[in-house]
Design a protein around this ligand. Structure first.
Ligand SMILES: NC(=O)c1ccc[n+]([C@@H]2O[C@H](COP(=O)([O-])OP(=O)(O)OC[C@H]3O[C@@H](n4cnc5c(N)ncnc54)[C@H](OP(=O)(O)O)[C@@H]3O)[C@@H](O)[C@H]2O)c1
Length: 275
C-alpha cells in the first residue's frame, strides 16, 4: 500500500473506464491527486475508484455520464461545482474511432464519432476552462492522435476529428497562457487499449509491433503537460512517423498510411490496390 500525502488538486478524467483514461487515473492517484472519473460504464469506474482509494488514500468521485449528450455534459459540470470542487487538471480523453470506408459506415455512427470526439470535447473544455480562468490557473490535456497529422483512408472521419482536436489544442495553448492555463495536446500512435476493438480495426502484425502500452503514453502526456509543452507525440517510432509526415509530400505520406492502416491484410494488397 502506498502512503502518499494528500494533494488538494482535483483532476477530472473523461473516458476513465478503460485504456489511457484508466491509466491517467492510476498515475494521478499515485501522485496524490483527488479524482473525478467520468465514463458511461459506471461499474468499471466504481471498481477502479475502490482500488485507487485503498491503494493511494485519495478521494475519488465517480460520474457515470454519456458525454455525447451535451445536456449531460452541462449537468456534470454543474454537479462538480455544487460539490464545491474546482478542477485543477482536466484530462479530455474520452473518444473513439471507426475503421472502414466513408460510404460503408452508417451515417449515425460517423456523426456519433464527430459528436463525442469534437463537440463533447469542445464543450467539456469550454465549461471547465471557465472555472480555471476565474481562479487564474489550470492544466488541460487534450487527447488527439498521431492520425491528426495526416489524412487517412478508411479512418477519414476519425483522422479529421483528431486534426480538429490538435488544432484546437494548439490555438488554446497560446490563447489561454495569459489566463494561467496550460493546454497540451497528446498525439498517441496505436496503443494497447480498448481502442482497436471499439474501432473494429484490423490490426496487422506490423501495427501490433508498433503498439505502445498505455503506461508510457500517459507518462509522456503528464510530463509534457507539467512542462507546459504545446503537444507531444509519445514513443520513438511515432516521433519518427510524425517527422516523416512533416518532411514528405502529402501524396507520399498519405499513400504510406493508407497501406499501413489498411482494413485488409497487407498480403491482399497488390500494386497499391486492395484486392
Ligand atoms: N489506443 C489508441 O491506439 C489511440 C491512439 C490515438 C488516440 N487515441 C485516443 O485515446 C483516447 C482514449 O481511448 P483509448 O485508446 O483509451 O480507448 P478505450 O480503451 O476504448 O477508452 C475509451 C474511453 O472513452 C469512453 N467513452 C467512449 N464513449 C463515451 C461516451 N459517449 N461518454 C463517455 N465516455 C465515453 C469509454 O468509456 P465507456 O465505454 O465506459 O463510456 C472509455 O473509457 C480516445 O480519444 C482515442 O481516440 C487512442
Amino acid at each position: 500500500m502506498h502512503t502518499k500525502t494528500k494533494n488538494n488538486n482535483w483532476a477530472l478524467i473523461t473516458g476513465a473506464s478503460s485504456g489511457f483514461g484508466e491509466e491517467f487515473a492510476r498515475q494521478y492517484a499515485a501522485q496524490g491527486h483527488s479524482l473525478v472519473l467520468v465514463a458511461r460504464r459506471k461499474d468499471r469506474l466504481e471498481s477502479l475508484a475502490e482500488s485507487l482509494r485503498s491503494n493511494y488514500q485519495v478521494e475519488v468521485i465517480v460520474e457515470g455520464v454519456d458525454l455525447s449528450d451535451l445536456e449531460s455534459v452541462r449537468q456534470l459540470h454543474q454537479r462538480v461545482q455544487e460539490r464545491g470542487i474546482t478542477i485543477d487538471v482536466l484530462i479530455n480523453n474520452a473518444g473513439y474511432g471507426l475503421q472502414g470506408g466513408f460510404q460503408d459506415a452508417n451515417l449515425n455512427d460517423a456523426l456519433g464519432m464527430v459528436q463525442l470526439d469534437i463537440e463533447s470535447l469542445t464543450a467539456v473544455t469550454h465549461l471547465f476552462a471557465a472555472d480555471m480562468r476565474a481562479k487564474g490557473s489550470g492544466k488541460i490535456l487534450l487527447v488527439s492522435s498521431l492520425l491528426a497529422h495526416v489524412a487517412v483512408e478508411s479512418f477519414a472521419v476519425y483522422a479529421a476529428a483528431k486534426a480538429y482536436v490538435l488544432r484546437l489544442g494548439e490555438a488554446l495553448h497560446r490563447e489561454m497562457k495569459k489566463d494561467g492555463i496550460t493546454v497540451t495536446t497528446l498525439c498517441p500512435g496505436l496503443s494497447d487499449t480498448g481502442f482497436a476493438a471499439a474501432a473494429q480495426m484490423h490490426v496487422t502484425p506490423l501495427l501490433k509491433l508498433l503498439m505502445m502500452k498505455p503506461q508510457p503514453v500517459v507518462k509522456a502526456g503528464i510530463r509534457a503537460l507539467n512542462a507546459g509543452r504545446i503537444s507531444v507525440v509519445p514513443g520513438l517510432p511515432n516521433k519518427f512517423m510524425a517527422l516523416f509526415i512533416w518532411a514528405s509530400p502529402r501524396w507520399l505520406h498519405q499513400a504510406v498510411f493508407a497501406q499501413v492502416m489498411s482494413p485488409k491484410p497487407i498480403s491482399k494488397i497488390q500494386g497499391g490496390k486492395a484486392s
